[in-house]
Design a protein around this ligand. Structure first.
Ligand code: ZN
Length: 405
């Protein structure tokens, strides 16, 4: 077995090393070859070889810079060469498809939103392909060399196989989106659930860049989480969504669409929160919420101005999420917890409730130094898809394809 796997093993090492070097140039460029060799812990000869290949492929370029350590002549440093490379970053949401062209630095070149009706006589797969074709044709003149397609969406996704098993809003059964797009365009295709892809975006571009262990909880129409452990997205090769939303928190609670009762999502999703508030309003004639339409914004604002029902509802959800987080804290010992939610508007009430539950229920050694804060990105947009491409460059998988031309 060992001899069989030997060539693959060498390719794997080459891929990993190239990814590490690319990442270091992205992070520290302009950087000298000597410094690269030190940081990557690779021999100077290996660095020279990897860098030469990247230079020939126009993925990095040389530039003169003043090395802060020396007062002599400017040194030759390496920086990424990203402008001549584009990729498509897409996001499918209820009734719409967002299509963005970005360069390899993730910078936005152009973005469009097109309708993707939830009900149609034509299969979703062929409609997505038509929209992507049309997008490329419309912007033919602006296209640089295309490297990849990355798509984020809600649903049950097999990332490795590129198959979307099920989606909310759309009638989908085992849609082979990755294969179909790869055959159509000849490009590598990356597909991921939108929550873990968002977590990856926070870790690569957002406020969690310095943290190696991060838990991100999304409280919106659905409740779910993404986890970065030791700098890597947990279950990155498969369905990376952490399904905290379907953990039972109330055995006598209401029915959930997953088939169980009293799931976290049935008490903490935005829809359930508004329904709960509506229900409790009848017994609270003094609440300021009677004088305005009930929305997540009005609920948050009422809580911030001291309305006791609104405060109670938000403190309640903070406690539920906090108790679930306490379990996760004891497993992953994160430096950072990020909350992606419209409830961040009432962070002053929500966060203390969460932290109290975490401090009460998790080990002090695991919880005392963590910070809890909002995600940088609010509406996830196409940055999560851009993060999939960045991640594929850093891991070396996409990078090696580009090196091979
Ligand atoms: Zn459920």
């Amino acid at each position: 077995m060992l001899t069989d796997s030997q060539p693959g093993h060498i390719d794997q090492i080459k891929q990993t090393n190239a990814g590490v070097v690319y990442r270091l140039i992205d992070r520290f460029g302009p950087i000298s070859r000597i410094e690269l060799s030190r940081l990557a812990q690779l021999a100077p000869a290996s660095i020279t070889k990897i860098v030469r290949e990247m230079l020939e492929a126009h993925l990095v370029q040389e530039t003169e810079f003043q090395d802060p350590g020396s007062r002599g002549r400017p040194a030759v440093g390496l920086i990424l060469d990203t402008i001549a490379w584009h990729f498509l970053a897409a996001r499918i949401h209820q009734g719409k498809l967002t299509l963005a062209l970005r360069d390899l630095s993730s910078k936005l070149v152009l973005e469009e939103q097109v309708a993707l009706e939830t009900a149609s006589s034509e299969p979703l797969l062929s409609r997505i392909i038509q929209q992507i074709d049309a997008f490329f044709i419309r912007h033919q003149k602006k296209l640089e060399r295309l490297t990849a397609i990355a798509i984020t969406l809600p649903g049950i996704v097999d990332t490795r196989a590129g198959v979307v098993h099920r989606m909310p809003w759309y009638d989908v059964t085992d849609m082979a989106l990755g294969d179909a797009l790869e055959q159509r365009t000849g490009l590598p295709v990356y597909i991921q659930h939108d929550i873990p892809a968002w977590t990856l975006a926070e870790s690569l571009f957002g406020d969690a860049q310095e943290a190696k262990d991060v838990i991100q909880v999304v409280i919106d129409d659905n409740v779910g989480a993404g986890i970065i452990t030791h700098g890597q997205l947990l279950h990155r090769g498969s369905s990376a969504l952490v399904e905290i939303g379907h953990t039972q928190v109330d055995p006598w609670g209401g029915a959930c669409y997953c088939g169980n009762h009293g799931c976290l999502e049935t008490v903490a999703s935005i829809t359930s929160l508004l329904a709960l508030t509506q229900q409790r309003l009848q017994a609270m004639p003094g609440s300021t919420l009677h004088h305005q339409p009930l929305t997540i914004e009005s609920l948050c604002d009422a809580a911030l101005t001291g309305d006791s029902l609104a405060r109670d509802v938000i403190t309640g959800v903070g406690g539920h999420i906090g108790r679930t987080l306490a379990l996760m804290v004891n497993i992953f010992a994160p430096q950072k917890i990020l909350i992606g939610s419209p409830l961040n508007r009432a962070a002053d009430i929500l966060y203390p409730a969460m932290l109290t539950a975490i401090r009460q229920q998790a080990l002090p050694a695991y919880s005392q130094s963590l910070t809890l804060g909002p995600t940088r990105y609010h509406d996830a947009g196409t940055m999560p898809a851009a993060a999939l491409v960045k991640d594929a460059m850093y891991s070396g998988t996409l990078l090696v394809k580009l090196l091979q031309g």
